[in-house]
Write a protein that binds this ligand. Structure first.
Ligand code: PMP
Length: 444
């Protein structure tokens, strides 16, 4: 691959990189990505980096899909922007209808946002507005889970359960509780797919109901499979139990499907794969294949009806973004969802899952590996931390992989994998082979 022409920045100073070690990166710029195509990124020098993470869990159809980029270009020439506050443009309605085709039956009302974080905050606000509309305005408590990640808005951050993401930012939202996460049972180590033990961890919700009273609790928000915090796959029966407890007490169940949506688990959404239908679900990432930012929240029709019907004439829900349903994002979503259908991306993910699972678990005997886990096209490989230096071992493995031409993602001492759904066996072999090599080299 030849060197390609991209503008070289004169300075790296101005861009404050998110969730980054800015000083480290700016001192060593070898990890720039300039171009992408199919399963790969390319550095400005033209070095190929096989993408083991679909960007950030988002480029499910692979990179540089012309069906999507051309749809965006066409749309930009037709209608660059129009508001959706008290106005409409056809493509936003069409995009919502396409999303509703894929969501579980009965979750057919779709609110557009620009990101997973905005989707999380929107979902929480919908839950609160719903109870209020039904005359149950005492339901203000929001319940998340330890190690949950719901983005970085104040709602999602507060309901989320990641210490470092919260500690810098003061008091956060009041009236928030957290369920225990579902990870760490010894019997579940090296589980293939959903682990067998731990469904009763959901009963912690009953304890919160007993403590606070159901009449104070609005919603529970969980990721069907927590990705960002290290691939935590729910035990068999856990989500069902959460659903039952929510139903018993009139609590809304929100699934954050930002990672698990659009084929990642071999189904349109995690809800389908895991056999539990939430009341509200958030999405983003794979919705547009990440070619343009877009998020969405799908809600049970009755939730929309309650909020809309309770309002008098005028605005029903005091919430929205300038770019809700942005024409370019809507065009990207429609083109992406078309690809999902024509290429049956969930079906592709299902077809290669057994091979992927074998490959991920083949790492169990590599040095310092203390757990391997998987579901759909997600893999997690947990390494024993270096004494006194949490995260250092996995970070070193990430760097070795990148230098060897494979992109993996690390969170703490866990390597998280989520290749584009177009991944083929030779790619799997290279991702896992390179990772095995890096883990071995790091132990030497
Ligand atoms: N929720 C979940 C489950 C996520 O994984 C993420 C991003 N990894 C978000 C929300 C936040 O999405 P964004 O970065 O688009 O705001």
């Amino acid at each position: 691959m030849n060197e390609i022409s991209v503008p070289r920045p004169n300075s790296l100073d101005a861009f404050w990189m998110p969730f980054s070690d800015n000083r480290y990166f700016k001192g060593d710029t070898s990890r720039m990505l300039a171009r992408a195509e199919g399963m790969s990124y390319f550095t400005p020098e033209g070095r190929e980096i096989l993408d083991g993470t679909a960007g950030l869990w988002c480029c499910n159809a692979g990179h540089g899909r012309r069906e999507i980029t051309e749809a965006i270009q066409r749309q930009a020439a037709i209608l660059d922007f129009a508001p959706t506050f008290q106005l409409g443009h056809p493509i936003a309605f069409e995009a919502a209808a396409r999303v509703a085709e894929l969501t579980p039956e009965g979750l057919d009302r779709v609110f557009f946002t620009n990101s997973g974080s905005e989707s999380a905050d929107t979902a929480l606000k919908i839950a609160l507005a719903y109870h209020k509309a039904r005359g149950e305005g005492t339901r203000v408590r929001l319940i998340g889970r330890e190690r949950g990640y719901h983005g970085v808005g104040f709602g999602g951050m507060s309901v989320g359960g990641i210490g470092p993401n919260r500690k810098q930012f003061g008091a956060l939202l009041p009236y928030v509780d957290h369920l225990p996460h579902t990870h760490g049972l010894k019997e579940n180590l090296f589980a293939r797919g959903q682990p067998q033990h731990g469904a009763t961890l959901a009963d912690a919700l009953e304890n919160l109901v007993a403590l606070h009273g159901a009449e104070t609790i609005a919603a529970v928000m969980v990721e069907p499979v927590a990705g960002s915090t290290g691939v935590l796959v729910p035990p068999v029966g856990y989500l069902q139990r959460l659903r039952e407890i929510c139903d018993r007490h009139g609590i809304l169940l929100i699934f954050d499907e930002v990672i698990t949506g659009f084929g990642r688990l071999g189904t349109h959404f995690g809800a389908e794969r895991l056999g539990v239908t939430p009341d509200i679900m958030t999405m983003a990432k794979g919705l547009t294949n990440a070619a343009v930012p877009m998020g969405a929240v799908a809600v049970r029709n009755g939730i929309y009806d309650a909020i809309v019907d309770a309002a008098g004439p005028g605005i029903e829900f005091f919430h929205g973004y300038t770019y809700s349903g942005h024409p370019l994002a809507a065009a990207a979503a429609i083109a992406t969802l078309e690809l999902h259908k024509t290429e049956d991306l969930p079906g592709r993910a299902r077809a290669i899952e057994p091979y992927w699972q074998e490959a991920v678990h083949s790492l169990r005997d590599a040095p310092n590996v203390i757990d391997t886990r998987d579901i759909g096209l997600i893999g997690g490989i947990e390494l024993a931390p270096r004494p006194g230096k949490p995260g250092a071992r996995a970070t070193a493995v990430f760097r070795r992989c990148f230098d060897a031409g494979v992109l993996v993602r690390v969170t703490g001492d866990i390597v998280a994998l989520s290749p584009p759904l177009i991944v083929e066996r030779p790619h799997v072999d290279r991702i896992i082979g390179t990772l095995a090599e890096a883990i071995r080299a790091e132990a030497a």
